[in-house]
Unconditional design. Structure first.
Length: 301
């Protein structure tokens, strides 16, 4: 009952009908006034509280705004990281596709070599037969002339076999100062990127770029070329269906048709074609088919 100031209270008192009425009206007014004062105080107190709450809400709002700004920064960082991650995955996928393609090319090249060896050695075999036919005819004549000599035909054959089978080291310790290490053996191997087993058709020996690579035994160069997978490589036909292959060379030192001796330098080590470092991928093939070179190869002096 907070009315129009003390003026209204005075009106109420002046309109009293008796003294006792005045007293009772005065009492009521004083009570009302007390109540009004209390109410005013409560309102003031509430206002103070509201002010405090307002300040604390404003503070919280400021904190929220700064958190929001931080969140935006973090979101942007995350977006950037996601983009980087995606491009990394893309590059890995690209690598994977390239590696797979190169390995397919390697198999293609390997099969091509097989066919080539078969064609060339068949040709050599038939011309060898012609030669040996002539040779044996000569020998028969010679033998009939030199019957006193005890050397039988069998012994001659044995001797020549031993000579053609003479083998030399394909890598020399004296060139590298240490025995070159096998970095990948012959056989099925688990491809670390493709996560599948792939056939490894030779043995890989690592040594520095330019290390000389020597012919395993006497023979004739039937391939000396470059391919995307094998890089620069040389194939030597040793007769009896045996051929050897030396690949990823920085350079080939022999050309097709050339006769080579066991231990003659035929190439220099490199990392041409599909290679992750300088090494020689050495193959032994029987009738064009790759076999484990381990029983044949000599490493070191
Ligand atoms: Zn290899």
């Amino acid at each position: 009952m907070y009315m129009n100031g003390s003026g209204s209270y005075l009106d109420v008192l002046l309109s009293s009908e008796s003294f006792s009425d005045l007293i009772s009206r005065f009492y009521i007014i004083s009570k009302i006034s007390e109540f009004d004062n209390n109410l005013l105080n409560e309102i003031k107190e509430s206002q103070k509280n509201i002010q405090k709450k307002k300040q604390s809400i404003e503070l919280k709002q400021k904190e929220l705004l700064s958190l929001k700004a931080e969140l935006t920064v973090k979101q942007n960082e995350l977006k950037k990281a996601n983009i980087e991650k995606q491009s990394y995955y893309d590059s890995i996928n690209e690598d994977l596709v390239n590696t797979e393609k190169i390995l397919e090319k390697e198999v293609e090249e390997s099969n091509r070599i097989k066919e080539e060896i078969r064609t060339v050695t068949e040709k050599n075999f038939s011309s060898d037969q012609d030669n040996s036919k002539k040779h044996s005819e000569d020998r028969i004549k010679q033998e009939s002339r030199q019957e006193s000599k005890q050397e039988s035909r069998q012994e001659v054959k044995q001797k020549s076999k031993q000579e053609s089978g003479k083998r030399a080291a394909i890598l020399k310790t004296s060139d590298t100062g240490y025995s070159p290490v096998i970095t990948s053996p012959f056989g099925m191997r688990f491809h670390p990127i493709l996560k599948t087993y792939k056939m490894h058709t030779g043995i890989d020996y690592a040594a520095p770029n330019g290390t000389p690579i020597y012919a395993m035994s006497d023979g004739k160069v039937i391939v000396s070329r470059y391919s995307n997978s094998y890089g620069n490589y040389v194939v030597i036909d040793h007769g009896d269906g045996i051929s050897t292959l030396y690949s990823h060379n920085s350079s080939n030192l022999v050309s097709v048709g050339e006769s080579v001796k066991a231990g003659q330098a035929v190439a220099e080590m490199g990392e041409t074609g599909y290679a992750t470092g300088p090494h020689v991928h050495f193959e032994v093939r029987i009738n064009g088919e790759p076999v484990n070179p381990e029983p044949y190869v000599i490493i070191g002096d």
